[in-house]
Structure formats: structure tokens, C-alpha cells
Design a protein around this ligand. Structure first.
Ligand code: NAP
Length: 329
């Protein structure tokens, strides 16, 4: 039986990846931060909390990370833990940069010293590309980074240290450069989750208004449960390389929000207000990618259209909201 360690198992991708690996027969060890007293709702919702082992660990403590890797000798190590919000990174740049980079070096050092055969996946982000010119669109793996937020800069550093450990020490490490991917397990402060949840609350009369920031941004949004499949596929290859994982379809935030309201038969103009305080310090106007390398070399079979994605997210969010109500009662 293969053993996989997942950091960030309490987050969106961690929960879906844990489910995928358990279904494939892996033993899964999830790393959570010490004294974490919030419930693990993602694992709970997917009904796998009892099926994974959990270990509290301070990932900034190098000795503790080394001990973990030495003790478990994992076949695969998926590093998904990060301060993952661009907006929060402007408010907490030091904590974002420190955690998102030092934790990565600690793991890579631990693998180099204690378990060099362990395969390592690093969660890189399209935010590393930052303000690229439109002539570079759709993005490919070869486009240079020009990050425009503390989050993007931290992820770019983590990305390059991962590549460096592969090149310098032969560590079986690679980075998945993932574009925005959504699900009902997305953090409450992320915009697609907020739009769908609030629209459903407006529909049920629980609230009346949805406040949003910049609606003109254009992005490439995908479905999280399909994106974690690409992470696993990347660690099943003989060569360890970087891949863009994205839907390949681009649209504006306004279009997504209007679509959600239309599908729920709600009046967009009546309920949606643009709130200046939700605007970012620096905003990427448009970013989308080309997923053909991942499809061709990994056999990754992403084929959800934007329309199907929105339908799926609304359906999943309804289920999740019902599950939460049942849990409380
Ligand atoms: P998420 O839901 O925000 O989960 C982040 C995870 O990191 C949580 O388990 C969180 O633990 C943990 N974490 C955050 N700060 C920590 C700290 N200081 N110490 C220990 N653990 C900490 O993120 P996600 O959407 O699953 O994304 C997974 C990874 O992919 C992240 O690295 C993210 O940056 C990257 N990524 C995501 C997207 C996307 O669209 N979702 C796109 C590109 C890249 P707590 O629950 O204790 O806070």
C-alpha cells in the first residue's frame, strides 16, 4: 500500500485529493497545524475524516518536518498548505511569504536528507505569472513570471526552490501551476464561492445583497475535484516537470455572476453592489492558460465547459448548504 502525505488537508484541494488517493487504495496522512481547533468540514463532507490519519505539525520547524519524513518515508508528498488568498497576502505579506516559502524548503530538505526517493508535488499558482502582456495569452509553461502580489511572489519563490532541488539533487519534485479552481469546499472569502452561496441565500430570502469588487477581471476557472487528478498524474510520470493545469476557457467575473443569477432567476442589477473596499491594490486584468501539455503528456481529461462548471458548482453548493444545516440540527 502506498503512503501519501498531504499538507493542507483541511483545505479545498487537500480534501478532494485525500478522497482521490483513498479511492486509489493509498494510505493518507494529513498534516494540520498545531492546536487547530476548527472542524475539518471538507473531510467530513466527503465522509473521509475517519479514513485518514492526521498529524499536527509546525511546518516552519525544520527538525519536526525532517522527523515526519524520516519516520513515514512517504511514497508521495503533496504540499498544498499555504496562505492561499491574494487579498489576504496584501494585508499579511510577512506571514504569507514566510509560511509559503520556508515550509517548502523545510520539506525539500527533509526529503533530500531523509527520504530521497519520495516524490514531491508543489502547489504552484497562475498568480506567479502576474502582469504578463496580452501577447503571452493563452499562457504556456514557458512564459516568464512577473508576480504582482505578495502571494504570487511567495509562490514563485517556492516554485523555483522546488525546481532547484530537482536540478541540484535529483529530487523527484515537480510543480503544478494551477489556475483558479472552485468547489463547494472553497474558502468562504473566495469570490466564486461567495457569489454562488450568496445568490442561493438571496433566493431563499436569507439576505438581499451581494457585494463584489472588480467585476471586469477575466480569468480561467475550473473544477477542483478534476484539478486534483492532475496533481496525482504528475507524480505517476517518469519525468518530473511543470504543467499548467487550467480549463483553457476565459471569462469575466461579471459574466459568471450574471450567469449564476440568471440560472437562479434572480435580478442581478437589483441585488449586486460594487464595493470599493473590495478592490485590490494591484489587479491582474486578464489571465488564462493553455492546458494542452497536461492533456497530451499526462492524459488529463478535463472537458467541463464554463456552463457545465457553473451548473455543477450551484448543485454542489446546494448539497453542501443542506449538509451544513443537517449537521447543526
Ligand atoms: P485552501 O483551501 O486555502 O487551503 C489551504 C490549506 O493550507 C489549509 O489546509 C490551511 O490550513 C493550510 N494553511 C494555511 N496557512 C497555514 C499555516 N500557516 N500553517 C499550516 N497550514 C496552513 O487552499 P486550496 O484552494 O485548497 O489550495 C491548495 C494549494 O493550491 C494552496 O497552496 C494554494 O495556494 C494553491 N493554489 C490554489 C488555487 C485555487 O484556485 N484553489 C490555485 C492555484 C494554487 P487551515 O485550515 O488550518 O487554515
Amino acid at each position: 500500500m502506498k503512503l501519501a502525505i498531504i499538507t493542507g488537508i483541511s483545505g479545498q484541494d487537500g480534501a478532494y485529493l485525500a478522497k482521490l488517493l483513498l479511492d486509489k487504495g493509498y494510505k493518507v496522512l494529513g498534516v494540520i497545524r498545531p492546536n487547530r481547533n476548527r472542524e475539518l468540514s471538507g473531510l467530513n463532507f466527503l465522509e473521509i475524516e475517519e479514513k485518514v490519519d492526521l498529524k499536527e505539525l509546525d511546518m516552519l520547524n525544520q527538525k519536526a518536518v525532517e522527523k515526519l519524513v524520516e519516520e513515514y518515508q512517504p511514497n508521495e508528498f503533496y504540499n498544498l498548505a499555504a496562505q492561499s488568498s491574494v487579498g489576504v497576502s496584501f494585508k499579511k505579506p510577512v506571514a504569507t511569504f514566510e509560511f509559503n516559502t520556508i515550509s517548502v524548503i523545510n520539506i525539500l530538505e527533509a526529503i533530500r536528507l531523509k527520504s530521497p526517493e519520495t516524490k514531491y508535488y508543489q502547489a504552484s499558482s497562475s498568480e506567479m505569472f502576474g502582469n504578463i502582456g496580452v501577447e503571452n495569452l493563452p499562457l504556456k509553461e514557458s512564459v516568464l513570471f512577473n508576480p504582482a502580489s505578495p502571494y504570487g511572489i511567495s509562490k514563485a519563490s517556492a516554485h523555483w526552490i522546488t525546481v532547484n532541488y530537482r536540478e541540484a539533487y535529483g529530487i523527484k519534485a515537480c510543480c503544478g501551476i494551477l489556475f483558479n479552481h472552485e468547489s463547494c469546499l472553497r474558502g468562504e472569502n473566495f469570490v466564486i464561492k461567495k457569489i454562488i452561496r450568496t445568490a442561493l441565500e438571496i433566493k431563499s430570502g436569507k439576505t438581499d445583497v451581494l457585494e463584489l469588487g472588480n467585476l471586469t477581471v477575466q480569468r480561467d476557472w475550473g473544477y477542483a475535484p478534476k484539478f486534483v487528478e492532475a496533481m496525482w498524474l504528475m507524480l505517476q510520470q517518469d519525468d518530473f516537470k511543470e504543467y499548467l493545469i487550467c480549463s483553457g476557457e476565459v471569462t469575466s467575473l461579471r459574466n459568471i455572476a450574471e450567469n449564476v443569477f440568471e440560472k437562479l432567476e434572480l435580478d442581478f442589477d437589483k441585488h449586486v453592489k460594487v464595493e470599493q473596499s473590495l478592490m485590490r491594490n494591484v489587479e491582474l486584468d486578464i489571465i488564462y492558460g493553455n492546458n494542452s501539455k497536461a492533456k497530451k503528456e499526462l492524459g488529463w481529461d478535463y472537458d467541463l465547459s464554463l456552463n457545465e462548471l457553473i451548473d455543477t458548482l450551484i448543485k454542489d453548493e446546494k448539497e453542501y448548504m443542506e449538509w451544513k444545516v443537517k449537521k447543526v440540527n
